[in-house]
Every structure is written in structure tokens, then in C-alpha cells.
Write a protein that binds this ligand. Structure first.
Ligand code: NAD
Length: 502
């Protein structure tokens, strides 16, 4: 890495300056490959959040950013995108160091982080109000305006990709923001702050405060000057955030957990289904919100398909995430490793059988390594079939027919994504309509089109982001009603009671 900005420790970025934080407290950022300390991270508390929100508020109220011509704001955000591309290798190396996600995969994420900025920069000039002509008596139209200061709270999986997914539309809309990155993966948010500074995004428009969710995150949610909270993380955290934001009546966008099914019918192209479901289960170390962590396979091919899946899982190259050949790196943190491992134990205790993996790879003595794991003999009622494991663990459940497949797919509190594999387009579209999920792919792995709405049904989220849908969240819309014909208004108090005689 030719620039090792984190060596001096990670600081907050407030009002255009890197600062250490008022308390002077800090915490360790850990390398998942061996759990050594990468650097210290300034621990933000309520007073740091207050400073950052004040900086964001001043930048919003000063008006330079929100009143800037859309084309000029777009140019500045395009510059951010270019700088991300220029520093893509540094960013990917930092992300791999921090998260354990293989370098091959973090490189792709940096391209996507840049695209998040270029995409939303291209949408701003097209953001227009709507016109509702109403005969000759009224002209009604809408005006869009930024909302104010946004609090953006992000998880540790794919940090920069998810942070830019929020920051780009938030700033494109003319808001200012305070980003609270996840405490387990703060490196790339700090590099993003350098990029913002280098792109000459005005001071105070973009701020970061590092720290724990219960302190820094909670203070951001409770702050009365913060109008919007865009959150990505666990469903239980989302509930807590909505409770904490209720008294200051925040607007929320919630991108939450998932337990997404891949439904494989016996007429599917099984080779492609195998490639896609293995990738969907184990890429990003299985720490992917849209992972197809539940494999629903038609009975007639269940044995054959799960055997092939298990063989592929066993062949996955687990190891040093910087090695170009590595497909599965270490999990983010020892606590998370313990949690994932406890699910494997819970599955076994309930009668599931480990068809592949099931623990730490033999050759890995240190670090948070976990084998790609497939569990078979799983019933939908089991804990491993109901709860989000968020690691390289896939459970396989058989189904007899389409009806049962849909019932099983919907038998969970979550509804983020679904994947359908069949040669019949009629059946594919019927099942797509019946599965309760915000996103659905037919005969495909997860391929995103940034213009489309992204978000979860049921307990996987509230609201949609992506394309113009992001601006429904990040902008206020005012309706203006203009009378055109001078016709009379309803009259009250026109009967003279004698007062005018005096
Ligand atoms: P998490 O909920 O533990 O933490 C997410 C963020 O919230 C962190 O920055 C954390 O510090 C902060 N936080 C925690 N408690 C808080 C509080 N009380 N107030 C304010 N902020 C608080 O989630 P995680 O473990 O970092 O991430 C994994 C989860 O994220 C999984 O459930 C995964 O499915 C979900 N996820 C969802 C999507 C999506 O688009 N739907 C995308 C990625 C990840």
C-alpha cells in the first residue's frame, strides 16, 4: 500500500479537519487474519457527534452546498468517483486488511463504490418536480429540496460499498451528513474522508465520527438536529434505532438482515444454479445481506444437487485474503467467528448433518477462518433455517412441489432477496410474484442495476433506495397549488351583524 494513512491511527473527520476526539479515548482495529492490532481508532462519544452534527448543520444552513447548481454538485461528486478509481488499489488493500474479504472481491467493490458516486451524480440533473395541470383553474406542481443533516450508520461487511451507497445520494440531494462507520471496519471510511477533502467537497458537508453503536451511533440517532437516519445493519439494531429516534421524529431508511432462499427446481440448468448458489452463499465470506443462505431444492434432485454443492464447498480455497487465489478469507472478528460457530453447533444439536466444512480449516491456526459449510437434513423450523448466521454457512431443505417451495421460501421473518432456478418462465414469474422479498433474481446470481429500487420486505427493511427511489428518502417534496382563473374562494362571515355601522 503506497499510502498507509491509518498508521497514525484513525481519527474523525469533522468540519473538513481530521480530529482526535474530545475524550481522547480510542479502541483497537483488528486484522481478522491474525487478530493483531492494525491501528488505534478515535472513540467518538456524544460530544463528538454533537460537534460533527453542528458542522453539518452549519454547512447546510450556510446554503453553499444545497443551493449549488445541480450540475456543479454533480461535477464535484464525479470528482469523488474519479479519486476513488485513482486510489482503488489502496482502498481495496485497506478493505481486505480490515475485513478479511479476499482482495479479488474487494477490488470489485471499489469499482462499485466509484460507480455509486458517478451514478447518483448523473441522476441529480434529472431530478425534477412533477406538474399536475387541472383544467384552467389550477396549476399544481411539486418542488424537491434537501432535508437537512443526515445520520448514516453502516455495518462492517463491504464497508465502503455500503457507505458510498448512502453518502452519494445523500450529498447529491443537497443534504449534509455525519457518517458513523462500523467499529470493526473503520479504515476505508477514513480514506473516503481524505478523498472528500481532496475533491474539495466543502468543509462540514461530509463528516465522520468513529465509535460504538451504543454510544456514538445512539447519540447520532437521538440528536435533535439530525433529520434523517439511513441505517444498514441487523434487524434488532434497526428496531432499537427506530425506538430511539421516535421522540425526535426522524425519517428512517432501514436496510436490515436477510435469510434469502435460492429455490432450485428439477428442470433448472443445474450447472449454472450450482455456480451461482455456491457463489451466493460463500462470496464476501458469506457475510452478505443478500446471501442465498437457504437452499431449497426439489426432492428429485436434492441428493445429487447437495452432493455437488458440498464438493464445491470443500474445494473452496480458504486462506490469506491478500492471496490472489483465495476465495474465502477470515471472518471479521473473533466474536463473530464464535457466533457463526455456535450456529453450526446448534444445527448439529437439532439433527442437521454437516455435508461440507463445519469449523476451522485444519491448516489455519490463527485468525477467524471458517470452512465453507453446508448443512443438510435441515427442517425449516430449526434455528439454523430461521436465524441469519451471516457467515459461510448454507442450509439445504428439500421441497416436493411449487406450492411447498413458496411456503418454505416465505417461512421466515425476513424478506430481503430470493433466487429462482427453473427452465419454465411461467413458473419463475409465478413464484417471483408469490415470494415475499424486496428483490428477486430468476436464473441469475445477484446482479444489481443501480436504477432499480433496493430494499427488503417484512423484517428485512423499511423503504427503498437506489435510482430515483433514494431521492424519495433524501429529499423533501413540497406541493404548490396555484390558482389560475381568479374564481371566488368559499365565503364565511359575510352576513353583516351591524358591526360595520360604527
Ligand atoms: P449491527 O446492527 O450490529 O451494526 C450496524 C451499525 O449500527 C454499526 O455501525 C453499529 O455501530 C451501529 N449500531 C449498533 N447499535 C446501535 C444503536 N443502538 N444506535 C445506533 N447505531 C448502532 O450490524 P452489523 O453486525 O455491523 O452488520 C451485519 C448486519 O447488517 C446483518 O444483519 C446484515 O444482513 C445487515 N446488512 C443488511 C444489508 C441490506 O442492504 N439490507 C446490507 C448489509 C448488511
Amino acid at each position: 500500500m503506497h499510502r498507509q494513512s491509518h498508521r497514525g491511527g484513525i481519527r474523525h473527520y469533522i468540519g473538513g479537519k481530521f480530529v482526535s476526539g474530545i475524550s481522547g479515548q480510542s479502541f483497537d482495529d483488528i486484522n481478522p487474519s491474525n487478530n493483531s492490532v492494525i491501528c488505534r481508532v478515535a472513540e467518538g462519544l456524544a460530544e463528538d457527534i454533537d460537534l460533527a452534527v453542528s458542522a453539518a448543520r452549519r454547512a447546510f444552513e450556510a446554503g453553499g452546498w444545497r443551493s449549488m447548481q445541480a450540475g456543479d454538485r454533480s461535477q464535484l461528486l464525479l470528482r469523488v468517483s474519479e479519486l476513488i478509481l485513482e486510489r482503488a488499489e489502496d482502498l481495496a488493500l485497506a478493505e481486505t486488511l480490515d475485513t478479511g474479504i479476499p482482495l479479488r472481491q474487494t477490488r470489485g467493490q471499489m469499482q462499485r463504490a466509484a460507480e455509486n458516486f458517478s451514478f447518483f451524480a448523473s441522476v441529480i440533473p434529472r431530478l425534477e418536480g412533477e406538474l399536475f395541470p387541472s383544467g384552467s383553474s389550477f396549476l399544481n406542481y411539486t418542488l424537491k429540496s434537501p432535508v437537512g443533516v443526515a445520520g448514516l450508520i453502516t455495518p462492517w461487511n463491504t464497508p465502503l460499498m455500503l457507505e458510498t451507497w448512502k453518502v452519494a445520494p445523500c450529498l447529491a440531494a443537497g443534504n449534509t451528513c455525519v457518517l458513523k462507520p462500523a467499529e470493526w471496519s473503520p479504515l476505508t471510511a477514513s480514506l473516503l474522508a481524505e478523498i472528500m477533502r481532496d475533491a474539495e467537497i466543502p468543509p462540514g458537508v461530509f463528516n465522520t465520527v468513529n465509535g460504538y453503536g451504543e454510544t456514538a451511533g445512539a447519540a447520532l440517532v437521538a440528536h435533535p438536529a439530525v433529520r434523517l437516519i439511513s441505517f444498514t445493519g441487523e434487524t434488532s439494531t434497526g428496531r432499537e434505532i427506530i425506538r430511539n429516534g421516535a421522540s425526535t421524529l426522524k425519517r428512517f431508511s432501514m436496510e436490515l438482515g436477510g435469510k434469502s432462499p435460492a429455490v432450485v427446481f428439477d428442470d433448472a440448468d443445474l450447472g449454472r444454479a450450482l455456480d451461482a448458489t455456491v457463489f451466493g452463499g460463500f462470496s464476501l465470506n458469506g457475510e452478505r445481506c443478500t446471501a442465498n443462505s437457504r437452499l431449497l431444492v426439489q426432492e428429485s434432485i436434492y441428493g445429487e444437487f447437495t452432493d455437488s454443492f458440498a464438493e464445491r464447498a470443500e474445494n473452496i480455497v480458504t486462506g490469506d485474503p491478500f492471496d490472489e487465489n483465495t476465495e474465502l478469507g477470515p471472518l471479521i472478528h473473533p466474536d463473530h467467528w464464535k457466533r457463526v460457530n455456535s450456529y453450526i453447533a446448534a444445527g448439529k444439536a437439532e439433527g442437521a448433518k454437516i455435508a461440507a466444512g463445519g469449523g476451522r480449516p485444519g491448516k489455519q491456526k490463527a485468525g477467524n477462518y471458517m470452512d465453507a459449510t453446508l448443512m443438510v437434513n435441515v427442517r425449516s423450523t430449526m434455528k439454523v433455517a430461521q436465524e441469519e448466521i451471516f457467515g459461510p454457512v448454507v442450509v439445504a431443505i428439500p421441497f416436493s412441489d411449487e406450492r411447498e417451495a413458496v411456503a418454505l421460501a416465505n417461512d421466515t421473518q425476513y424478506g430481503l432477496a430470493s433466487y429462482i432456478w427453473t427452465a419454465s418462465s411461467e413458473r419463475a414469474n409465478r413464484v417471483a410474484a408469490s415470494i415475499e422479498s424486496g428483490l428477486c433474481w430468476i436464473n441469475s446470481h445477484n446482479v444489481r442495476d443501480l436504477r432499480t429500487p433496493f430494499g427488503g420486505a417484512k423484517n428485512s427493511g423499511i423503504g427503498r433506495e437506489g435510482g430515483v427511489y433514494s431521492f424519495d428518502f433524501y429529499m423533501e417534496e413540497k406541493t404548490v397549488h396555484m390558482k389560475l382563473d381568479g374564481s371566488p374562494a368559499p365565503v364565511m362571515g359575510a352576513v353583516n351583524k351591524g358591526r360595520s355601522k360604527k
